[in-house]
Design a protein around this ligand. Structure first.
Ligand code: DAH
Length: 351
């Protein structure tokens, strides 16, 4: 081959390379076709390089690097296009995978009401069915509403047992029970009355499995003509059977509260044992669930009601205690630590 022939075939190859448009190859198989056409075993560039051997040593020295340069830029263009096409392919297959219709769906976490809230709602709902209305009062109270009007005068020992939080430098306190709302309701309404008063109460208690410094109570109050202990028993028995089941057995024990006379504490048959005694019922077979009594005439008098005309009964229920019984929770603190694993157990549909 003459130098002139070689240069002709160099020019042909170079222009064929230009027309091959490597950077526009639409996919990997088409790119490979182009590569084989030029640098395959019988490719045009391969042949061009091979034919250098037919030239004189001087021509080879001069034209060899030129031909090598052409091959190097071809190889680089092919490699660049290959990388680009592969990246594109990855992106396409990733976006295909993003919608895998065979995957089970992720469960969206659903919020729900706290078990103490649902218990409170359930208690209120039952009393609503029994004709009670709903009343609320402030957390910060004066001594009159928390004690004096409830027949707990200044030096009454019951004041000590309440472990009261007082506000600094003010004659005010955090209410120790929702009985305060009895007084507020009677002060603002005339009898007959039928109310439940749910809310937060505060006592300087040591925290343990059954005590908290902040807890929930539901107070109940009925005032009417000729209302007495038999009505109290009927209402509370009906309530407890609606709350805990028709077969619930109750027991009324004599007790003492300054604001009721007579006073009683109501127990239900233990849920955790067949009445034979266990740690939950302090081995008695019964669990105390509320305090109650016939409203002391001194309380009616303190709000200006005529105690000869009106009488009533009242009761106080601990909400945490009821929630513990309903759900078999043995430590009250679990309700307040907000451990999501604990809270997740309470399906709203259960109440
Ligand atoms: N206030 C009482 C307490 O916190 C509960 C209570 C007992 C309320 C008897 C009443 C009642 O209305 O009659 O321990």
């Amino acid at each position: 081959m003459t130098r002139a022939d070689w240069e002709k075939s160099y020019a042909r190859t170079e222009s064929a390379l230009g027309q091959a448009k490597i950077e526009a190859a639409p996919d990997l198989p088409r790119l490979e076709e182009v590569r084989v056409r030029f640098t395959g075993r019988k490719g045009e560039l391969t042949e061009l390089l091979k034919s250098l051997k037919d030239l004189s040593i001087e021509d080879r020295r001069e034209l060899g690097p030129k031909a090598q340069g052409l091959k190097a830029s071809f190889d680089a263009a092919v490699a660049a296009r290959k990388t680009a096409l592969e990246d594109q392919g990855d992106a396409v297959s990733l976006s295909d995978d993003a919608i895998d219709l065979t995957l089970p769906s992720l469960r969206a976490p659903r919020g729900r009401l706290h078990p103490l809230t649902t218990t409170l709602h359930e208690i209120a709902r039952i009393f609503q069915l029994m004709g009670y209305s709903w009343a609320e009062g402030p957390h910060v109270e004066d001594e009159r509403h928390n004690f004096t009007a409830l027949n707990i005068p200044e030096d009454h020992p019951a004041r000590d047992s309440h472990d009261t939080f007082y506000l600094r430098d003010l004659p005010l306190l955090l209410r120790t029970h929702t009985s305060t709302v009895q007084i507020r309701t009677m002060e603002s309404q005339r009898p007959p009355l039928r109310v439940v008063c749910p809310g937060r109460v505060f006592r300087h208690e040591q925290l343990d499995a059954t005590h908290s410094a902040v807890f929930l109570q539901v107070e109940g109050l009925v005032v009417d003509e000729g209302v007495g202990l038999a009505d109290l028993k009927g209402h509370l028995q009906t309530f407890l059977q609606k709350l805990l089941g028709a077969a619930t057995k109750t027991r009324f024990r004599p007790s003492y509260f300054p604001f009721t006379e007579p006073s009683t504490e109501v127990d239900v048959k233990c849920f955790f044992c067949p009445g034979t005694g266990c740690p939950s019922c302090k081995r008695t077979g019964w669990i105390e669930i509320l305090g109650a009594g016939v409203v002391n005439p001194a309380v009616l008098k303190s709000v200006g009601y005529d105690e000869r005309k009106w009488s009533g009964f009242a009761f106080g229920i601990g909400v945490e205690r009821v929630a513990m019984l309903l759900h078999g929770v043995r430590d009250l603190r679990d309700f307040y630590t907000n451990d999501i694993r604990f809270l997740k157990q309470f399906d709203e549909s259960l109440l």
